[in-house]
Design a protein. Structure first.
Length: 339
């Protein structure tokens, strides 16, 4: 039943491209490593949006984010010789913790480059897993550029946060779990930054049931993938500005964009005010703390006309800097005052 229309020149075998089979392999490998996160229901949310909503709680994953899945599967593919050279990554925070934790389990040295404005909660957590953290640049893109220079100097194995088929496959295991936990899903909403999460989820979903819609959600202040998707060419932004630091990416991945063009049904954007309102809603109504990126899909559910009866919503992470809560509350109030 595999929908294998997406083939690249380098897709010569399993592991060199993204297929449903690769996601299935990742699921088997991660079964004893990653949490099988729960699906949460909310009668209040169902009533508000007029549909059945299923929250996939990846904020309860190890390291507080889905990123642990992709990082773990990627590191499992490395040889002992590669692991001995150490691993290197750039991240806005969650990928950093995933790589640091996975590397620690395999006794590999990890160095992570992070933007200077990364929430300290994410920086400290990454260091706590044993990684060296280098803070540099205004956004992920600057941290990434600096990390690539270091990689050329050291020869360490580079673990890209999204533009890697093994990373995508690891993230795609979320969808396979969801479809086992709830077989009535007709739509899945997915936050989008560089595209690794939605690429894996879309490939897995279309492999299992091509009729299920996959809809991406970007912050309006960091909409590189949205613009690239609708203009049919890669768009690099000069700057990004959003409270959803986990999806604040200036340029889509070279590998993720073709997958998204092939498998994703739609991409929408949400404002920071809408994201903030979703964070406050989940905290007040469901006693659950989400970071900005983790609340993006719920923000779209509240603000967009999503034609669905049974809608899966990816809660991608909960690693939020608590000191920003007053600002989040102000943004949420701003939205309600203008409504």
């Amino acid at each position: 039943m595999e929908n294998n229309r997406y083939i690249t020149k380098e897709c010569e075998g399993i592991g060199n491209c993204l297929t449903g089979d690769l996601v299935a392999e990742a699921r088997n490998r991660l079964a004893t490593v990653a949490h099988r996160t729960p699906i949460m229901r909310s009668a209040t949310t169902d009533a508000l949006v007029g549909k059945h909503v299923y929250f996939k709680m990846e904020n309860q994953q190890k390291t507080g984010s889905f990123k642990f899945r992709g990082a773990s599967f990627k590191l499992m593919q490395l040889s002992d010789e590669q692991l001995q050279k150490g691993v290197l990554a750039a991240s806005a925070g969650n990928h950093a913790q995933g790589v640091a934790n996975a590397a620690a389990k395999l006794n590999a040295r990890a160095t992570i480059f992070m933007p200077e404005k990364t929430p300290m909660a994410k920086v400290n957590a990454t260091r706590a897993y044993g990684a060296e953290v280098v803070l540099t640049g205004e956004s992920f893109q600057e941290a990434y550029d600096a990390s690539m220079k270091r990689q050329m100097q050291t020869g360490a194995e580079y673990i890209h946060p999204f533009d890697d088929y093994d990373i995508m496959a690891g993230q795609g295991t979320i969808a396979m779990e969801m479809l086992q936990q709830e077989d009535r899903l007709d739509t899945i909403l997915v936050p989008v930054g560089g595209g690794g999460l939605i690429s894996g989820i879309a490939a897995a979903v279309k492999h299992v049931n091509p009729r299920i819609k996959v809809i991406g959600v970007q912050s309006a202040g960091a909409s590189a993938m949205y613009q690239s998707y609708y203009n049919n060419r890669t768009k690099r932004l000069d700057r990004v500005s959003t409270i959803a630091d986990g999806i604040a990416v200036k340029q889509p991945g070279e590998r993720t964009l073709p997958v998204i063009n092939q498998y994703v049904d739609d991409i929408v954007t949400v404002t920071d005010e809408e994201i903030a309102s979703a964070i406050v809603y989940m905290l007040e109504r469901n006693k659950t703390l989400l970071e900005g990126a983790g609340a993006a899909a719920l923000a779209a559910l509240f603000s967009q006309d999503i034609g669905s009866k049974h809608c899966g919503t990816i809660v991608s992470g909960g690693n939020m800097d608590i000191s920003t809560l007053p600002m989040i509350q102000q943004l949420a109030n701003k939205l309600h005052q203008s409504a």
